[in-house]
Design a protein around this ligand. Structure first.
Ligand code: AHR
Length: 513
């Protein structure tokens, strides 16, 4: 049952009868027609939630924590290494209660509000539009604004776009008065968030009409061209995508999709650090299901948009576990183990295979919330295992996707799920091929034979992420328990074949030249 793949077919995966227990094969299928992996697949998300913004990214100019114009210097430096292409803000659910005018002008005059979605914390609006755009400039990334549809107005959203992008007029005058002479560039504009839930509890039919109305008044000023994003489905809600594509496709550039690796929405979501092998494999199986979910949403989109003009944007994804005991309820602070790193790698490998339609994804979230890149406590910061996956995968950004055929054993998991022992992805850029390989098996190393199909591998360098235990994580006091190391010995090339021995529970990226 080994399949050879069409360029963008989902990577073949099978319990290949001829494959020995601890072996797998990967065949590179390079093609000139293969699309580029949109760098925006490596997007991030920052919400006014817990300590993501306040404490995580922003401490203010007068803080004793080392900062650059109010932004944490340690976090900024760490994030710069990830080459973040796009940052989504200010939510999430928060976005549909956010009134942007409360976050401009002298900070001491800004009104306060209750963050009703996230623990009832009082928000002082000290981090607003100017601070977000400055942050994006410092990180060198595109801003992605999530507009308020649920509790806002058409006028409010239209004026936000004008404030940010117009050279002249009343909103531009206000912006200039607040210290920013030149307009900013704004490409990505989300019109609402989770409009089926916290963003207004709309039906898809009603939201499609509301979306059409709101987006009408979000204008392109002075050569700025908005990429308008409709609020899309949650995981298995295919009807939402169907209705939106049917009723509003001509008014949108993209539609979102949210998919969390989560046990369920009621009751316990399980501990982020105390889990057993069964939980580990279940989590990986649930994460991999995103492939089927994206495929079905893509099929619906293909019916209405066969030329793939409209992007599918998975603008929230990642693990969602119980909050760490002792932390503030509603702040979604969770630890991050090697299991999270596996989820990151498997998800990114999957998104790559849909790169003709999936034009952006945003992991939730960048700091101190859910599956974050960094965790902070006062003046300390740790980099999470997930951070290291994003670092290893930087070379895949804007590289040409190389389809693969994979034969591997599968491990049975709870609820009838199956987890492939080996997952892989490959791409090429500037004459350098990057091959990322994951061995999900907790106990056994796996020997992977890679048919290079003529790809040059005279010079190879590699990095590996693994740990002694699947439960290992980095924390204040033990910041480097799970960290990237050089991978120098586990591979060899002979007769056009690369053999790689992947240690148990490891993620390896090889650079071939
Ligand atoms: O990322 C946390 C929350 O998850 C977001 O605010 C919301 O959009 C989703 O339900």
């Amino acid at each position: 049952m080994k399949k050879t793949l069409g360029i963008l077919a989902f990577s073949a995966l099978c319990a290949f009868p001829g494959i020995a227990a601890n072996e797998a094969t990967v065949t590179l299928l390079p093609s000139k027609e293969s699309p580029v992996i949109a760098k925006e697949i490596y997007g991030q998300f920052a919400e006014h939630l817990g300590t993501c913004i306040y404490g995580g990214l922003w401490v203010g100019e007068n803080s004793s924590i080392p900062n650059t114009n109010g932004y944490r210097t340690d976090v900024l430096n760490a994030l710069k290494e990830l080459h973040i292409p796009v940052l989504r803000w200010p939510g999430g659910c928060f976005a549909d209660e956010y009134h942007w005018m409360d976050g401009i002008g002298p900070k001491e005059n800004r009104p306060r509000m209750v963050n009703n979605n996230w623990g009832g914390t009082v928000e002082d609006n000290s981090f607003g539009t100017h601070d977000f755009f400055d942050l994006c400039e410092m990180l060198g990334c595109e801003p992605y604004l999530s507009g308020n549809v649920g509790s806002g107005s058409v006028e409010e959203l239209a004026k936000w776009v004008e404030y940010i992008t117009a050279e002249d007029g009343p909103m531009a005058t206000l912006r200039k008065k607040n210290g920013r002479e030149k307009p900013w560039h704004l490409k990505y504009l989300g019109v609402g968030n989770e409009s089926w839930g916290c963003g207004g509890n709309f039906t898809p039919e009603y939201y499609a009409d509301v979306y059409r109305r709101y987006q009408t008044y979000c204008r392109n000023y002075n050569g700025n061209r908005l990429y308008k994003i409709a609020s899309g489905a949650s995981d298995y809600d295919y009807n939402w995508t169907e209705v939106m594509m049917k009723n509003a496709r001509n008014q949108m550039d993209g539609i979102s999709l949210h998919y969390y690796t989560v046990l369920g929405w009621s009751g316990s979501k399980g501990s982020a650090i105390n889990f057993n092998e069964e939980d580990y494999y279940w989590t990986l199986g649930k994460c991999l299901e995103v492939g089927d979910v994206v495929k079905r949403h893509c099929e619906i989109m293909d019916k209405y948009d066969p030329k793939k003009r409209i992007g599918l944007l998975v603008d929230e994804w990642g693990t969602w576990f119980d909050e760490e005991p002792g932390t503030i309820p509603g702040h979604l602070y969770q630890q991050n183990t090697l299991r999270d790193a596996m989820v990151a790698a498997l998800s990114l490998n999957t998104f790559h295979t849909f790169t003709d339609r999936v034009k952006m994804t945003n992991i939730a979230q960048i700091a101190n919330v859910l599956q974050s890149m960094v965790l902070t406590k006062e003046d300390q910061m740790v980099l999470t295992p997930t951070y290291y996956v994003f670092k290893m995968y930087v070379p895949h950004q804007d590289a040409q996707f190389i389809p693969l055929s994979i034969s591997t054993r599968e491990i049975a998991a709870r609820d009838g799920r199956k987890v492939p022992v080996v997952s892989a992805t490959a791409s090429v850029k500037d004459g350098k091929t990057t091959l990322s390989l994951v061995n999900t098996d907790l106990k056994n190393e796996t020997k992977v034979t890679v048919d290079l199909a003529g790809v040059s591998a005279k010079k190879i360098s590699g990095e590996i992420l693994t740990a002694s235990s699947m439960n290992d994580y980095n924390d204040f006091g033990q910041p480097e328990k799970v960290t990237l190391k050089g991978f120098t010995k586990g591979y060899q090339v002979k007769d056009g074949k690369l053999t790689v021995t992947l240690p148990a529970k490891s993620i390896v990226t090889l650079s071939l030249q």
